[in-house]
Write a protein that binds this ligand. Structure first.
Ligand code: PAF
Length: 283
């Protein structure tokens, strides 16, 4: 694996194969590594970035304490046969950076994290313009993030194609996230309840599916409200638990067929997000 620290050295990246960018903030887990594996199976050259992006953290968020584990990360990347690791210096990366406004940033996580997706899109755009990869890979766990980037690529007519990787989960169902490290094992077991709720809702949707129309919507939204209350009682501070159109992230209507059941909740001071994507035959 070649480690690149200076922007000018990105010119050394060989372009004999199409290049896949996998942007990360480090503290790599199987979720990140599954994206690397996916790129490898598609016979792409791989470039991982590790950069804890200050632009996407709110003033009361965990920028200072965000887990950093560069040595272990590098070992994992070497083991997975990653081709390039880009470790930019903040000063150089931010010289001449264009601050961008993210699409879809007024929905879901955007409502309680103002500026978060603007920060994400700004840094990802910077990587795209410096690296010019043919592909970029994002995980489904951060569904809104990948949709923001997908829309940005389309709106700006950028040539990079987005590849989506599935959410990787612990045995108990908890979606892997670097922030899970803030929780004890027991707390992680409890945190897995948010995925159980998503599953219950998706099963409710399947049951109510045959019964189309407004009634269908009311039943599913009632299920969300009930589960949200149950989670609150168990110590989760639920930011949202919603069923939305998977392309617009707006509340579903009877005619939507691609839907997302999405949740964000704070548990023991840790923000957890998760989702289930469903395609429904509505007619
Ligand atoms: O998903 C992340 O880790 C970050 O939001 C990303 C895409 C690396 C941008 O900083």
């Amino acid at each position: 694996m070649e480690i690149i620290k200076k922007i000018g050295d990105l010119n050394n990246v060989k372009r004999s194969k199409p290049l896949a960018l996998i942007p990360t903030m480090g503290n790599l887990h199987q979720g990140h590594l599954s994206l690397l594996k996916k790129a490898k199976t598609l016979n792409l050259a791989t470039l991982v970035t590790i950069f804890v992006n200050p632009l996407q953290f709110g003033p009361k968020e965990d920028l200072e304490t965000y887990p950093r584990s560069l040595d272990q990360d590098m070992e994992k990347l070497i083991e997975e046969d990653c081709d390039y690791l880009f470790l930019p210096k903040k000063k150089e990366l931010f010289e001449g950076i264009k601050y961008l406004k993210a699409p879809l940033s007024d929905q879901l996580c955007g409502q309680n994290r103002p500026g978060h997706f603007d920060g994400v899109v700004t840094i990802v755009h910077r990587f795209l313009e410096l690296i010019k990869p043919e592909f970029c890979l994002f995980g489904q766990k951060d569904f809104q993030q990948q949709l923001v980037i997908k829309n940005h690529l389309e709106n700006e007519n950028l040539p990079t194609k987005l590849i989506l990787g599935p959410t990787v989960r612990d045995k108990n169902g908890l979606a892997l996230s670097s922030r899970n490290n803030y929780l004890t094992n027991k707390e992680q077991e409890e945190a897995a309840q948010i995925f159980k709720c998503l599953k219950i809702i998706s099963e409710t949707i399947a049951i109510n599916k045959s019964n189309g129309g407004e009634d269908f919507l009311i039943k599913n939204l009632d299920a969300c409200k009930k589960l949200k209350n149950q989670l609150q009682k168990k110590g989760f501070d639920v930011d949202y638990l919603e069923i939305v159109n998977a392309n617009t992230l707006k509340k579903i209507t009877v005619s939507d067929s691609e839907i997302l059941i999405a949740i964000a909740a704070n548990f023991k001071g840790v923000r957890l997000i998760d989702n289930i994507y469903l395609e429904l035959p509505f007619s």
